[in-house]
Design a protein around this ligand. Structure first.
Ligand code: ADP
Length: 515
């Protein structure tokens, strides 16, 4: 039912607007009391008018009934006084009067139709028992009344009063009332109806004016009430179209304040994202430009010396090749970072032996470490198997170990340890390197951030390694932390759930299916 109604509404778009609904509500609430009041007032007027009419006529009929008894009209209908009274009565109320005697015979009918006929009806019979009856026929517009014609009869009775020793005989007179006949009168209610019609037409005119005023007011008020919502839409549209990027403010309703607050929060978030995107793009361009600028300088200086020796050419070409390698590294890192920015649904989760993986990474990096006499050791507390993305976790380990080698002292050491509890495996990479100053510790995961730019560049750093590492750890719902003392060394600790990720992946997949 509700769905059908919604379907119907969707066909008429404007019917779904809040403004139309408020308009409708105001029109209904504004006009219904008018209808109700009109009905109630007219009805109570009618009831009251009928009551007054009935009681007036009843009083007059009772007076006439007394006259009837006095003039012995039930036996002899020739009394001109009574006949005149009855005629006057029927013409006054545009009605008809019937006088019925105790043989249920009509002795007088002001219409002259039923005189001499016998009437046997419930009301008449009841009336002989002293019950008056009134009936209002709304449709045909008349009131019918049945009134008893009552005579007071005096009866003599003899009683004996015993007083002391003697007794006294006394006569008593009792008065009783006796129904001698019945009066039936029907009067027209045309006068009531005429007044009712007049009142009704006036009420209709008044109501029409009220409806017009209510519609106009409802149109105006509905517009006024939805105005703040239109303001919100307009303000959002301005932001969307790029004319404004400042927070919007529509304090008219609590609801608009909530909507606007939510929108402003979204706007702030988008601004932060936009700022970081812009910063990223400018950083990327800068980083990519640096090797190109070096290559251009090297090439130009060669071109400026037409007879430069071959050795110089070789030396410069080697430098150019190094810059190309660097450009390549930056691009590779950037690609890794972009991949990391994708959702966790892109993780390729398999059961991985973390001990083996760490061992492989250490083995691969040992030759580089050996060049600077750095020793890389791996200590495994237990065998760890975890459900992780092997490529990404391998990148995490190699980035940390690589940094531990890169930022180490000559002949220093790197110690990698692996442990696990029932929930996480913990990988620690400790070095005896240069350490990280306290003020830089919070920035090292930022893209392109390097504590010492020139040193990092010298040793081939891009400033992207830890950003990639952190993204990979977060994708696995893990944690990364660092403790460092400048001049002494640093320890990076990574905690990754053993199985948690698998469930997360399923959740994501389920969500995707649902969508
Ligand atoms: P990079 O490619 O420059 O190494 P990273 O994102 O891996 O970039 O690291 C960011 C910065 O953090 C590095 O430039 C370096 O200054 C600092 N850093 C990272 N690891 C270590 C470490 N083990 N010891 C000292 N400093 C480090």
């Amino acid at each position: 039912m509700l769905e059908k109604w919604q379907e119907f509404l969707s066909k008429f778009k404007s019917l779904r607007s809040l403004r139309f609904r408020i308009f409708l509500l105001l029109v209904v609430v504004g006009t219904i009391p008018g209808f109700l009041m009109r009905y109630l007032i007219l009805h109570s007027y009618e009831a009251r008018a009928v009551e007054v009419q009935t009681s007036t006529v009843t009083t007059q009929m009772r007076i006439i009934a007394n006259h009837l008894i006095n003039y012995n009209y039930l036996q002899d209908t020739s009394s001109p006084v009574i006949n005149a009274e009855l005629e006057e009565m029927s013409s006054l109320y545009d009605g008809r009067v019937l006088i019925v005697n105790d043989y249920l015979k009509v002795v007088k009918d002001t219409y002259g139709i039923s005189t001499g006929k016998t009437i046997i009806s419930e009301e008449v019979v009841n009336c002989f028992n002293g019950n008056t009856a009134t009936h209002y026929d709304e449709i045909n517009g008349y009131i019918e009344m049945v009134i008893p014609i009552v005579a007071t009869v005096q009866e003599d009775s003899i009683g004996v009063d015993i007083m002391g020793a003697g007794a006294k005989l006394n006569m008593k007179q009792n008065t009783t009332e006796q129904v001698m006949g019945v009066m039936l009168i029907s009067i027209s209610t045309d006068n009531i109806q005429t007044t009712l019609n007049l009142l009704n037409s006036r009420a209709e005119a008044l109501q029409l004016i009220v409806i017009v005023v209510v519609i106009a007011l409802a149109g105006f008020l509905s517009g006024l009430l939805v105005k703040p919502l239109n303001k919100v839409t307009k303000a959002i549209a301005e932001v969307k179209d790029g004319f404004s990027d400042s927070a919007i403010n529509v304090p008219d309703y609590v609801e608009t304040v909530h909507i606007v607050d939510a929108f402003n929060q979204l706007l702030r978030r988008m601004k932060i994202l936009d700022d970081s995107r812009q910063e990223f793009v400018s950083n990327v361009s800068h980083e990519l430009k640096t090797p190109i600028t070096s290559m251009k300088v090297l090439a130009d200086s060669l071109l400026m010396q037409p007879d430069a020796p071959v050795e110089l050419y070789r030396e410069f070409m080697e430098d150019i090749a190094k810059e190309i390698d660097r450009e390549n590294t930056i691009i590779t890192d950037l690609l890794s970072l972009v991949k990391m920015d994708k959702t966790a649904a892109d993780l390729n989760i398999t059961e991985v032996n973390i001990n083996e993986l760490t061992e492989i990474v250490c083995k691969r990096l040992r030759p580089i470490a050996r060049k600077r006499n750095i020793e890389v050791t791996f200590e495994s507390m237990r065998q760890v198997k975890a459900s992780v993305d092997e490529v990404k976790i391998s990148l995490v380990i190699s980035n940390l170990v690589e940094n531990a080698i890169k930022y180490n002292q000559e002949a220093g050491s790197v110690h990698v340890s692996l442990d696990a509890d029932h929930q996480y495996f913990v990988l620690k990479v400790t070095d005896t390197g240069i350490g990280i100053p306290e003020e830089s510790i919070h920035h090292i995961y930022e893209r392109f951030y390097r504590v010492d730019k020139s040193h990092s560049r010298e040793i081939g750093g891009t400033g992207l390694g830890l950003a990639i590492t952190r993204s990979a750890v977060l994708m696995h719902r893990g944690f990364i932390d660092v403790e460092s003392t400048p001049g002494v060394g640093s320890t990076f600790t990574v905690r990754i759930p053993l199985r948690y990720i698998m469930q997360e992946k399923k959740d994501v997949e389920n969500k995707n299916h649902e969508m």
